[in-house]
Ligand binder design. Structure first.
Ligand code: COA
Length: 340
């Protein structure tokens, strides 16, 4: 523990050895803070580095080396459009190198770049409640702005009859992979806007203002990074309008895993069981097309009791509570912790 710690910008994908060390720090940290969760495969991490998930914007990375050893890193995504004031930041320190001031030093190193890119707030969304991350964030003047429940549907452990959900009277289901069919695009964009009713706490994050053009741009981004996007919608028979939807993404590089994205039902159509119906139908469709699918993961605001209950009814179980933390950049740092 005697060598000096050096912090600098780096490209985690520049060399195979550098990437392996970066992956090692990440999985060691996952093992410490998210026990029981499958480790992020190296191929998945490499893919995300090459092409950040839709809506994340460009990324920048910082490394902390002690001697030749990578002991920690920070990653910032510069969110875009209505979220261009946010620097979404993850700081990860190897469990063996914690409490030496490295996390604080990394955050300090990131701040000038956040300011240079006109960010007003720094947010972190990957803090596991009741872990070092929560205590560190608190010590550095972040406040918790949102509590998020992470649930997973582990296919092998769920009775398949949970996905036998009849379509409520007055509605029919429609589904597509990739681009939304032209005849439903406008109505689908309107229905996506219903996500605005999902609580965001005091996070500075804003849901996208969905339009047909933005739906197409999002679909294009997903396609460009090889994501398979599946959508199930409930159509209101009387008007032909989309009343509710659910979206799950998967990637051939991780065939056992599905990422639940938005689920939303327009306010006028709530209370008929549409959310449960589209999600149950989605599970059946995914399993029919992706036989290797073992797990679907999802996150929901803790106060969103309806969504959490719907998820439970179709077999999702709680995994852990996550926190979104926020600090305004105008707030002076005031951290005195030196690296030891
Ligand atoms: C959170 C994390 C980055 C902290 O890194 P670190 O290098 O250990 O943090 P520092 O040494 O800079 O800690 C600074 C202060 O935070 C507080 N702190 C940090 N970890 C703490 C813990 N486990 N318990 C109590 N206080 C803690 C202390 O006040 C500490 O100062 P001190 O050691 O002088 O008492 C590290 O634990 C980690 O990688 N966790 C997993 C990922 C994560 O949650 N990241 C944060 C969200 S982006």
């Amino acid at each position: 523990m005697t060598s000096t710690v050096v912090i600098e910008r780096f490209d985690p994908a520049a060399t195979a050895a550098g990437f392996a060390a970066y992956h090692d720090v990440l999985v060691a940290s996952q093992d410490a803070d998210r026990p029981g969760e499958p480790r992020l495969p190296a191929a998945e991490l490499a893919g995300r580095l090459a092409k950040p998930l839709p809506g994340m914007g460009p990324a920048a990375h910082w490394a902390a080396h002690r001697g030749r050893e990578l002991v920690a890193f920070a990653q910032v995504h510069f969110l875009e459009a209505e979220n261009s004031g946010i620097g979404l930041t993850d700081v990860v320190v190897h469990p063996a190198a914690r409490r030496a001031g490295i996390g604080t030093a990394l955050l300090r190193a990131v701040l000038p770049e956040l300011r240079a890119r006109d960010r007003q707030v720094v947010e972190g969304w990957q803090v596991v409640a009741d872990t070092a991350g929560e205590r560190w964030a608190e010590a550095l003047g972040f406040r918790t702005v949102r509590t998020i429940v992470r649930q997973a549907l582990v296919v092998a452990g769920v009775d398949a009859s949970r996905w036998d959900v009849p379509v409520p009277a007055g509605y029919r289901l429609r589904q597509w992979a990739g681009a939304a069919p032209a005849d439903v695009l406008d109505s689908y964009a309107v229905a996506r806007g219903a996500i605005h009713d999902a609580p965001l706490g005091e996070s500075g994050y804003r849901w996208p203002e969905w339009t047909a053009e933005r739906v197409r741009a999002y679909e294009g981004e997903a396609r460009a990074q090889g994501l398979e996007q599946r959508v199930v919608v409930a159509v209101h028979e009387e008007t032909g309008a989309v009343a509710g939807l659910t979206e799950v993404c998967s990637h051939p590089r991780r065939p056992d895993w599905g990422y639940q994205r938005d689920t939303a039902v327009i306010a006028a159509h709530r209370g008929h069981g549409l959310g449960r119906c589209v999600k149950a139908h989605m599970v059946r469709w995914l399993l029919a097309e992706l036989p290797g699918l073992a797990r679907i993961s999802t996150t929901t605001g803790a106060e969103n009791a309806h969504m959490i209950r719907v998820n439970r009814e179709i077999g999702f179980s709680p995994e852990r509570t996550m926190l979104a933390v926020r600090r305004d950049l105008a707030q002076p740092p005031g951290w005195t912790r030196p690296v030891s």
